[in-house]
Write a protein that binds this ligand. Sequence first.
Ligand SMILES: Nc1ncnc2c1ncn2[C@@H]1O[C@H](COP(=O)(O)OP(=O)(O)OP(=O)(O)O)[C@@H](O)[C@H]1O
Length: 265
Amino acid sequence: MITLSGIEKTFKVAKRATGLRHAVRSLFYRDYTMVEALRDISFTIAQGEIVGYIGPNGAGKSTTIKVMSGILVPDRGDCEIMGYTPWKDRVAYVRNIGVVFGQRSQLWWDVPVLDSFELLRDIYDVPQSEYGRNLELLVDTLDLGDLLQTPVRQLSLGQRMRCEIAASLLHGPSLLFLDEPTIGLDAVSKIAVRRFIQTINREKGVTVILTTHDMSDIEALAHRVLLIGKGRLLYDGNLEAMRTRFSTDQIDEAVVKLYEEYELV
Ligand SMILES: Nc1ncnc2c1ncn2[C@@H]1O[C@H](COP(=O)(O)OP(=O)(O)OP(=O)(O)O)[C@@H](O)[C@H]1O
């Protein structure tokens, strides 16, 4: 379903000058540094998998998700997802994917949740009957009944996250990118979100790529993890193999050992 091969992305970042002399100089001369966010990233993911995409801060996780969702164009490499090149066939491609960035909202802040959902239905051009079926299922399984008429700005973080996840699935995508979907959630909301991810994967066969720093999310959901550090893919395998390799039951500990092995901490 997903094939990435040799994906590279470098950002050119202007250096910030400190001190008056340097600040004045920077008006005329700009110094840049190059940040190699992704270096030769290659992997394949089969339909129906739940894959945990993990790595320390600044490792390149969000950049990969942005490339795979068509938001960013890589400098080099190929990416084929369901027969599309995400950044080339963006309009057709996005009908097949759902994206949730835990730190950003795709809902309109001041209007009731249901109005945002209907706007998304129009944007994705979802037929009314399909929209009705999807909405009913999402309201039921994510327990959104009481939230639909509430403006987004009045929702708690956990309530908003459930609405964000519903919003990403209204058009019935078969691939879901979740970038830190449980960030800041309490235990009850976290478990509700996890159960929902398991349900849509099991019952609808939705493939899920999950980025998180919460190893208990990974343990609960992902059979396979991809570990990225400093833009390179360092590990691709299942959690059991990772535990055995580092002789620990604690997945957090295994991750730290892996980081140490690659001198990432
Ligand atoms: N638009 C951008 N412009 C310049 N540099 C960027 C940009 N986006 C990301 N970077 C840099 O690329 C590197 C990878 O960033 P990315 O956001 O992909 O990391 P991440 O693994 O998602 O990190 P975190 O866990 O902290 O969210 C970082 O060094 C970051 O500063």
